[in-house]
Write a protein that binds this ligand. Structure first.
Ligand SMILES: *[C@@H]1O[C@H](CO)[C@@H](O)[C@H](O)[C@H]1NC(C)=O
Ligand SMILES: *[C@@H]1O[C@H](CO)[C@@H](O)[C@H](O)[C@H]1NC(C)=O
Ligand SMILES: *[C@@H]1O[C@H](CO)[C@@H](O)[C@H](O)[C@H]1NC(C)=O
Ligand SMILES: *[C@@H]1O[C@H](CO)[C@@H](O)[C@H](O)[C@H]1NC(C)=O
Length: 421
């Protein structure tokens, strides 16, 4: 289904969308392209994505927190921390349901289904109170549309991330979403869902990039599928998925995540044999200036910085280093997830200070996990409290001011002097 058939409501009432200027003439000065290890806009400035994750892939399939805060407030607060991008996560199930029903599901129906009639009704009422532009006809995708429209107003880039297939908390090796062909990871539906969102996102000027799949990992409880857990299978699936996204929306940067929960892209950067002679060569892509690598790091208990950075370099950050003779594919690398408990003093510890100096030194982008202080529901618990969040439980204030300030300062350091590089 094309986006035009599900889009009209949110956009009909949005002044922003109606007056979309020629993309090159205004922010975000897209489409963005890569140039060696850098990402550039149409003004030839370096764009370094520095931001935060905003999950929308949970059971309700609606960006989290909107029963507590307006879209406008969430983005304003994000912006106040010097952050320039949101990683907006979605599940393939949302698109599967659009195809099977012939229409997107309303927010109301979705809350009731995810939270039960009593709690779903109560949460939906709060959602409308905080976000009165919506009503009973508003669908889930129209909420994503509204986030993207507000992001444009506030000049915050949007990065779409396919986080999982079945809408639920991610990620485990036994959750059925681990690897291509796993119980809930239908490859054809995944590719269809990616292309759908890429196409739909053409109506979102703030959308600059899309991540193909969050944290590929071994499906250890699935003997048939775990046999195929290797780089060659990764390549065979990721390349056609990327081709589909590029065909649907040639403007997007496409992010590739690696094995072991996206902690390594080692054979991609060095152009090693992935199996049967398959090799990742940037030059093989007709859209080679659209490829970006993404890595995650959660070594929160590290006691020394080199124990983090040595692994990062060999795991994929070497792609930033054109003078390293082992590196065959020079590409931008963005740490699309890292994070820790924000309710205590962890922000002062080895882990954050190390990433701060390493990524700041490299001038490499990152996205903190995550913005919201609670989930509609997570792992069977409604209104689940998230201590690894910028916001407190009810999204009214920072969870701890000093933790949030440290993110603001880190963003400032990463971004310092980058535009003119
Ligand atoms: C799909 O949604 C639109 C807009 O909300 C509505 O007008 C239409 O009747 C719906 N179609 C179906 C098949 O439910
Ligand atoms: C509904 O919400 C209440 C708190 O408002 C909570 O105690 C209860 O567990 C929720 N119901 C379900 C089914 O999760
Ligand atoms: C994947 O998991 C299976 C089942 O536990 C295991 O036998 C296999 O060695 C794992 N593959 C890799 C590459 O770790
Ligand atoms: C890049 O690679 C060169 C050659 O191996 C090495 O000397 C240099 O330290 C590397 N730079 C970084 C920032 O790692």
């Amino acid at each position: 289904m094309r986006f035009s058939s599900v889009l009209p409501l949110a956009f009909a009432c949005s002044a922003v969308a109606v007056v979309i200027p020629s993309p090159k003439a205004a922010w975000p000065y897209g489409p963005l392209v890569t140039d060696g290890r850098w990402i550039r806009n149409t003004k030839n400035e370096v764009v370094t994505p520095v931001g935060v994750n905003w999950p929308g892939h949970g059971e309700a399939m609606i960006p989290e927190g909107l029963q507590y805060a307006s879209i406008n407030k969430v983005l304003k607060d994000i912006k106040s921390l010097n952050l320039n991008i949101i990683r907006l996560t979605f599940s393939i199930q949302m698109i599967d349901e659009i195809y099977s029903k012939g229409n997107d599901t309303t927010v109301k129906e979705s809350f009731l289904k995810a939270l039960g009639t009593t709690n779903g009704t109560a949460i939906y009422k709060k959602f409308l109170q905080k976000n009165p532009q919506f009503d009973d006809t508003t669908t889930r995708l129209q909420v994503f549309d509204a986030v993207a429209a507000e992001a444009l107003k506030q000049e915050i880039y949007v990065h779409l991330d396919n986080h999982i297939s079945r809408a639920e908390w991610c990620c485990g090796e036994t959750d059925g979403n681990a690897w291509f062909g796993d119980t809930y990871f239908n490859v054809a539906n995944w590719k269809r869902g990616l292309a759908y969102m890429a196409d739909h996102g053409k109506a979102w000027p703030a959308l600059v990039s899309l991540g193909l799949r969050n944290e590929p990992r071994n499906a250890t409880n699935n003997p048939t599928i775990s046999k195929t857990y290797n780089w060659e299978t990764w390549y065979k699936n990721m390349i056609p998925a990327a081709n589909g996204v590029n065909a649907a929306n040639p403007g997007l940067l496409i992010y590739f995540s690696g094995l072991n929960y996206d902690t390594t892209l080692a054979p991609i950067t060095t152009g090693a044999n992935l199996g049967s002679g398959t090799v990742f060569r940037k030059s093989d892509f007709p859209y080679s200036n659209k490829l970006v690598l993404e890595l995650h790091n959660y070594q929160t208990t590290a006691t020394t910085c080199p124990s983090i950075t040595n692994g990062l370099y060999n795991g994929g950050y070497n792609a930033l280093n054109a003078t390293d003779p082992k590196v065959k594919n020079v590409l931008p690398v963005v740490m699309t997830e890292w994070g820790h408990d924000m309710s205590n003093n962890e922000y002062k510890g080895v882990y954050q200070t190390c990433l701060d100096s390493y990524l700041g030194g490299l001038k490499a982008g990152w996205m903190f996990w995550e913005v919201g202080g609670s989930y509609y529901t997570r792992q069977g618990k409604q209104d689940f409290d998230e201590t690894w969040a910028l916001f407190n439980h009810d999204w009214t204030n920072w969870r701890q001011k000093a933790s949030a300030e440290s993110i603001k300062e880190m963003a400032k350091r990463t971004l310092a002097g980058t535009k003119k590089l």
